[in-house]
Design a protein around this ligand. Structure first.
Ligand code: DGL
Length: 355
């Protein structure tokens, strides 16, 4: 091959290489923080329901979806490797501290958290209250392990990276991406025990879709609830207070509730029947607890509709707080943080309407 042609080939190869490197450098930097769950799980057969969650490390979870490297510069961190029924506030604090550090030091343009689906909604809401930056934080997981037929984890992870990489995902608070849908942290909940379409926001619906990585938000991005909360935490936040949830039902034993109230707690969420209603006997126990300084939040076991102030219960008289549209498990998270930061009841009640 003559010298001139050879030089031209070298130049073309050089130009293509530089272009590819430049394009790669322009991709957003996404940190994937792994916590375990089914998306890191493995089963014994492709058609059997038996599997073990949280067996694969973050590198293996990411390696299973090499396509994510086409849309972002990926970095993986293992926060923990657990089934999310074992999730707890110490891991939430670790996640919040890591995310705030990544954004404070400008080490990531967005964060994806791989997580079990059982408590994903709780981790999402905790982070929605405690992450102090407007860059995207997206949680995802899977309902089937990667070893199953039509496993959902790979596309969920790819879509979550696509959302975390999208500029329009900023300023929307923490998000959950599952089954091609984008949900806000406040309203999302697991609504099905086994189906890949397990998540929904029964009050507002999804705020967007992601289809093969193509992201689109609808006009439901919830302006009413801010994620710029006053509940941000310092890097070393210390232990959060224990806040139990008591589930209401016909014939509930008031002595059981009284025992819980006398166990040294600072706050309690009561998941009442109907509009957050306790029985008369339990009402008397909760009223005394409130008078003794325990912050009582009335939530509901009913899947739809808010708990409203001063309906059948005279909240003003007893000093109770209502959970509005927050589920009992999310009401607990907000109350834990508000008590940890020693806010007054009137402020806490407003947080339930705003956050
Ligand atoms: N043990 C459940 C969890 O880790 C598995 C459910 C899932 O991740 O889909 O939440």
């Amino acid at each position: 091959m003559n010298i001139k042609l050879q030089k031209s080939c070298y130049f073309v190869v050089f130009f293509i290489t530089i272009s590819m490197l430049t394009a790669a450098a322009e991709l957003p930097g996404i940190s994937i923080l792994a916590t375990g769950g089914t998306i890191a799980g493995s089963g014994v057969s492709a058609t059997g329901s038996a599997y073990k969650a949280a067996v694969n490390p973050v590198d293996k979870v990411i390696a299973a979806v090499p396509e994510v490297n086409n849309i972002a510069r990926i970095r993986g961190d293992q926060i923990c490797n657990i089934s999310s029924q074992d999730m707890k506030p110490e891991y939430w604090l670790k996640l919040a501290a890591r995310i705030n550090q990544l954004f404070r030091l400008d080490l990531a343009d967005g964060v994806v958290i791989t997580h079990g689906t059982d408590t994903m909604e709780e981790t999402a809401y905790f982070l929605n209250l405690t992450v102090a930056y407007d860059k995207p934080v997206v949680l995802t997981g899977s309902m089937r392990p990667g070893s199953a037929l039509s496993a959902d984890g790979a596309m969920n992870l790819y879509n979550a990276v696509a959302v975390a990489s999208a500029r329009e995902a900023r300023n929307k608070g923490v998000l959950v991406v599952m089954n091609d849908r984008i949900y806000s942290a406040r309203g999302v909940r697991k609504c099905d025990t086994i189906n890949p379409a397990a998540f929904n926001d029964r009050e507002n619906g999804p705020i967007g879709r992601v289809n093969y990585g193509k992201v689109s938000f609808n006009n439901r991005s919830d302006k009413k609830h801010t994620y710029q909360s006053l509940l941000k935490l310092p890097f070393f936040a210390g232990n959060l207070p224990e806040v139990p949830i008591v589930y209401g039902y016909a014939g509930i034993n008031p002595q059981m509730v009284e025992t819980i109230c006398k166990s040294g707690i600072r706050g309690l969420v009561y998941a009442g029947v109907g509009n957050g209603n306790p029985s008369e006997e339990v009402l008397n126990v909760l009223a005394k607890a409130s008078a003794d300084g325990i912050t009582v939040v009335r939530a509901t076991r009913v899947p739809d509709g808010p708990v409203t102030l001063d309906a059948e219960v005279d909240d003003a008289k007893f000093g109770f707080i209502v959970a509005d549209s927050l589920t009992p498990q999310k009401a607990r998270i907000l109350l834990m943080l508000a008590l940890h930061k020693n806010f007054a009841r009137a402020d806490i009640q407003q947080f339930f309407f705003d956050y």
